[in-house]
Design a protein. Structure first.
Length: 160
């Protein structure tokens, strides 16, 4: 749309997961430092004299929403589908666990994140989630249905 601007805020979080039944080494319990790129798109505010004049959205507001909606839940957590053998031990030990009920591939995680941010009311354009410095998945907000994403049942991660 005419006069729209894209803005991006980058976040990182550390999490562990395990892809049960995966053909490669990602079937082992392991962790990642994820890098999350949140791209928002909209028309900058034209409310003259308002503190947000000229902004699509204040970066501080993006940070607050993403942190409260996602980062606080996912950071330093075991990201679980719910079928991982280690899950019961982690729960009983008091470890931080996020049971997401889907296979925690970077593809599914990017869809989950996009849906959560849309639900939080951000003018989301896309989400790019880096699992390693050389591997990422990206989803456009318009590709996420209002009722939520259809998660993929199979897939892997780049543990290289």
């Amino acid at each position: 749309m005419l006069n729209e601007v894209s803005v991006c805020k980058i976040f990182t979080f550390d999490s562990a997961h395990q892809l049960i039944g995966h053909k490669g080494k990602c079937s082992n319990l392991h962790g990642h430092t994820y890098k999350l790129e949140v791209v928002l798109k909209g028309r900058p505010s034209t409310a003259e004299g308002h503190s947000d004049e000229g902004f699509v959205i204040d970066f501080g507001d993006i940070k607050t929403t993403v942190k409260e909606s996602l980062i606080d839940k996912l950071d330093h957590s075991f990201l679980a589908m719910g079928n991982e053998p280690i899950l019961e031990t982690l729960i009983h030990s008091g470890s931080k666990v996020s049971i997401l009920s889907f296979r925690t591939t970077v593809e599914n995680m990017s869809c989950y994140i996009a849906y959560q941010l849309k639900q939080a009311g951000l003018p989301l354009y896309s989400v790019k989630l880096w699992e390693t410095p050389t591997a990422w998945a990206e989803v456009l907000a318009e590709d996420i249905p209002e009722e939520g994403p259809a998660y993929r049942l199979y897939g892997g991660c780049d543990c290289e």
